[in-house]
Design a protein around this ligand. Structure first.
Ligand code: HEC
Ligand code: HEC
Ligand code: HEC
Ligand code: HEC
Ligand code: HEC
Ligand code: HEC
Ligand code: HEC
Ligand code: HEC
Length: 334
């Protein structure tokens, strides 16, 4: 009799402890797979066994370390960390005093549309979407996971956006795009998909159509009208892939370009890098394409965009004049 009572008691204790901490020391909620990222930040969320852990540390392969003290019985620890282009290693460690209890390593890949060497993540990396009911449930204990934006109305205080707590860094780029700084995230992340990401349907509440062009042009109406009248359209513009050249959230460059103009254009047009295509004469002279002042644009350097429209034009090769001679004369007297 006594024996079975004791046995039941132990089983019960075991059940209780295993249901509270069904993991050893900590469980990494994200990143828990070799994810692919399109942005330079990543969320780390860890659930810890508060009975044994005093301190959690997150270290990147650029030797940035974030230490988080374990407070009382608070089980969840959340931190946004910067990531660099390519393969990133992230280490998560738990300590009791000086004693290392557990170490965890995950690789994630930050990919790029304009740096060729980072364009194709190795096969082990995949896009794994986060915003699904089953993932959000755990966060909803502390975070409001609903959308509280009013279509087209900027937040007076952006910190009130439900997206802000978790995605704050996205709104603080050097040059930031209006709908992003106003936290009108779902004006683009409306859960739809396009021809190039049709297999992502229902994978996240906040998918964005690829191509995104028609979404951009619902706001940029004047631009749309202007381009509609142009005879020649640049292929990546015509196919709606605005985000190949523009970061939709913002960037260090004006117009939210993903790279400075010259580097952006030559990331696809390598053969034009030395400007030898410009003057076709028997003279050995090669026209400069950079490193000189642009006489047509105040405070800007000469670049591909000095002579070419990036989007569309009525002139062949989208030159910024009706004729080639007309173009030359914008900067040269004869
Ligand atoms: C126990 C409560 C709790 C739970 C559960 C929780 N969080 Fe948090 N989280 C917080 C608090 C508190 C903050 C800090 C808010 C602040 O500073 O304004 C935070 C901040 C964050 C941040 C921003 C971190 C930074 O460096 O700015 C991210 C990202 C985040 N949480 C993601 C998640 C995700 C994803 C989940 C679900 C898997 C989750 N959190 C579950 C309490 C929680
Ligand atoms: C509890 C924190 C949290 C909140 C609140 C939150 N997100 Fe996220 N979101 C994440 C995490 C974590 C990821 C995974 C990417 C990462 O590591 O940063 C993510 C990813 C995304 C993605 C990429 C697609 C996907 O599903 O992975 C989009 C788009 C996005 N969030 C938009 C939003 C919008 C819009 C809101 C507000 C309506 C919002 N998020 C609110 C934590 C949060
Ligand atoms: C102008 C359209 C637009 C707006 C506004 C916008 N996004 Fe995005 N977002 C995109 C596109 C397009 C992508 C796909 C990746 C790319 O092109 O860089 C993306 C990707 C993301 C990702 C995935 C990043 C990753 O690492 O994989 C997150 C997270 C995200 N957006 C969050 C937000 C949040 C939060 C807001 C609001 C503050 C927002 N976005 C506003 C267009 C937009
Ligand atoms: C929800 C509406 C909205 C959407 C969607 C939107 N934009 Fe914008 N965009 C704006 C507003 C508002 C401005 C600021 C305009 C201004 O200051 O004249 C802006 C500014 C810009 C600028 C800078 C223009 C300038 O003159 O300073 C660029 C470039 C741009 N957007 C590109 C895009 C691209 C690319 C997309 C799609 C990925 C897009 N936008 C989608 C509203 C939007
Ligand atoms: C091939 C790269 C490329 C693509 C693709 C591209 N843009 Fe641009 N965009 C640029 C460059 C470069 C500038 C800066 C032009 C300048 O400095 O005169 C710019 C400027 C802009 C501006 C602000 C100034 C202006 O010319 O009106 C808007 C708005 C804009 N782009 C919207 C879009 C939209 C919407 C799309 C997709 C339909 C798109 N862009 C696709 C390269 C691109
Ligand atoms: C994402 C890749 C990509 C980027 C970035 C890009 N282009 Fe293009 N461009 C193309 C493609 C694709 C074509 C059409 C195929 C071709 O003729 O090479 C094209 C065509 C052109 C043409 C017309 C060729 C012709 O014979 O009609 C010009 C001019 C041009 N691009 C200039 C630029 C300039 C200037 C920039 C920088 C603002 C730029 N491109 C950035 C992909 C790109
Ligand atoms: C000083 C003016 C000027 C600059 C700077 C310039 N181009 Fe051109 N580009 C031209 C002219 C002129 C043509 C020929 C147009 C014609 O014959 O119809 C041309 C043609 C082109 C073509 C299409 C024809 C071909 O040979 O394939 C592409 C693509 C192109 N340029 C890309 C670029 C890129 C990329 C840059 C920057 C590295 C650049 N251009 C810089 C003036 C310029
Ligand atoms: C957007 C302005 C701009 C346009 C358009 C332009 N150029 Fe130039 N060009 C320059 C600048 C800037 C220089 C460099 C001047 C210097 O070295 O100070 C230059 C230099 C030259 C040189 C001297 C090159 C050398 O090596 O000394 C020649 C020749 C020339 N351009 C011819 C042309 C011809 C032909 C056209 C039309 C196809 C043209 N340019 C269009 C801005 C322009």
């Amino acid at each position: 009799m006594m024996r079975s009572y004791l046995l039941n008691y132990f089983v019960l204790v075991a059940l209780i402890s295993s249901s509270t901490f069904a993991f050893d020391v900590f469980k990494v909620i994200t990143p828990n797979k070799p994810d692919v990222h399109d942005e330079n930040i990543m969320a780390v969320v860890v659930k810890v066994d508060t009975n044994v852990t005093d301190l959690l540390s997150i270290t990147t392969d650029e030797n940035l370390t974030y230490t988080l003290d374990i407070i009382g019985n608070k089980e969840y620890y959340c931190k946004n960390i910067p990531i660099h282009l390519g393969d990133n290693e992230v280490y998560i460690k738990a300590y009791q005093g000086d004693k290392l209890l557990k170490e965890y390593k995950q690789n994630v890949y930050y990919t790029s549309k304009v740096y060729k060497q980072f364009k194709y993540p190795p096969l082990k990396f995949e896009y794994n979407y986060f915003h699904k009911e089953k993932n959000e449930k755990e966060c909803a204990k502390c975070h409001d996971m609903s959308v509280n934006e009013v279509k087209g109305v900027a937040f007076e205080d952006v910190r009130k956006s439900n997206c802000y707590t978790c995605h704050k860094p996205i709104g603080y780029k050097k040059h930031a795009h209006a709908p992003t700084v106003n936290w009108l995230c779902t004006s683009c992340h409306n859960g739809t998909v396009g021809k190039y990401n049709r297999f992502d349907v229902h994978k996240s509440k906040y998918t964005v159509a690829d191509p995104i062009g028609t979404v951009c042009l619902t706001c940029h109406k004047k631009t749309k009208k202007k381009w509609a009248k142009e005879r020649f359209k640049h292929e990546p513009v015509d196919s709606g892939r605005c985000n190949k050249c523009h970061n939709p959230h913002g960037s260090d460059e004006i117009n939210y370009l993903r790279r400075p103009e010259f580097d952006l254009c030559t990331s696809c047009h390598k053969d034009k890098i030395n400007g030898s295509h410009i003057i076709r004469t028997y003279s050995k002279k090669i026209h400069p394409v950079r490193g000189k002042k642009d006489p047509t644009r105040k405070d800007r350097e000469l670049s591909c965009v000095s002579c070419h429209e990036p989007h569309a034009s009525n002139s062949p090769s989208f030159i910024r004049a009706k004729t080639v001679m007309g173009l030359c004369s914008k900067c040269h007297e004869k």
